[in-house]
Design a protein around this ligand. Sequence first.
Ligand code: SAM
Ligand code: SF4
Ligand code: SF4
Length: 349
Amino acid sequence: MGRPLRDLRISVTDRCNLRCPYCMPREVFGADYQFIDRSELLTFEEITRVARIISAQGVRKIRLTGGEPLLRAGLERLVEMLAGIDGIDDIALTTNGTALAPLASSLADAGLDRVTVSLDALEEEVFRSMSDTRGPLARVLEGIDAAREAGLAPVKINMVVRRGVNDHCVVSMAEHFRGRAEVLRFIEYMDVGESNGWRLEQVVPAGEILAAIEQRWPLEALAASHEGEVASRWAYCDGLGEIGVIHSVTQPFCQGCVRARLSAEGRLYTCLFARRGHDLRALLRGGGNDSQIASRINQIWTARADRYSELRSLRQPPEAGDPGVDGAAASAQAARQAAGRVEMSYIGG
Ligand code: SAM
Ligand code: SF4
Ligand code: SF4
């Protein structure tokens, strides 16, 4: 499909302190869940080596993610190592924000450029049900402030919207962040992994989210800010900032997908919905030289034909609420279970 490789997402851990039911439902990710053993995690040196090799193939942007990336001790050191790679001009972090406040300025000093904080509601109770936690909401808000003050601006805020859980908070979230330095982005709930029990009728289509906001504050479309941008951008006509919507379910963007993902144990994935990754750790630890690793990555990337979201929308009409949605969701469920897709907390969002 001629898609260049431009972005690398690096998952630094598959562990997390929250249990958002749409990502790591507690029934599945309980006390006996087998996370990746520490000895299996790529070291910072190994991650940096892969990043250096891949930057020579055209990658300019790196995003650190997880699991919760701030649970990985000494993450600032990794940021500093990545910032030292020629050709990498943008390093970002996606975090749930609960541990961000005390770390924001050292991350910025180490060379972090941007932060995205996931926040699904401002009401304690809704926040708690979206994250299945006892509510460090105030800490997340402190984290956002600390990131802005550390110069990691504009901080992006990711809100996953689930029908019947937090969809009534769309307008209040927009109201809170309008006129502030942060850029709020609404994400359609996706069928990543096998464990979240996703159903199409739980997805709030981007069009519906935009319509709810536009009713209060007129919007105008903005151009994409860079190649491979996944969010469509909208400005408030009154000049009070912008929002984004990530419509991977209702308007898939596989044609422009320029992003590879490296799992915490060193598997390279070319799609968020992949069934299997390609083991780079064996090469890294087995004495592979840089050019062998580079040609393996090149081989993996050029052979990719992934377009899961496009295929999903061919399989089932993306209009939640349509007659027949139940049947379509049931067959998608069966397809997922047969496929054994990787979990979001493992591959990184
Ligand atoms: N723990 C960090 C966080 O929550 O920001 C980083 C990892 S998390 C997997 C990355 C992003 O994926 C978050 O913004 C999260 O809301 C999003 N996400 C997780 N599961 C999702 C799903 N099923 N559909 C859409 N977005 C999802
Ligand atoms: Fe943890 Fe992020 Fe997944 Fe929530 S979305 S469970 S914070 S990894
Ligand atoms: Fe890329 Fe896969 Fe998402 Fe399509 S479904 S945009 S190929 S990650």
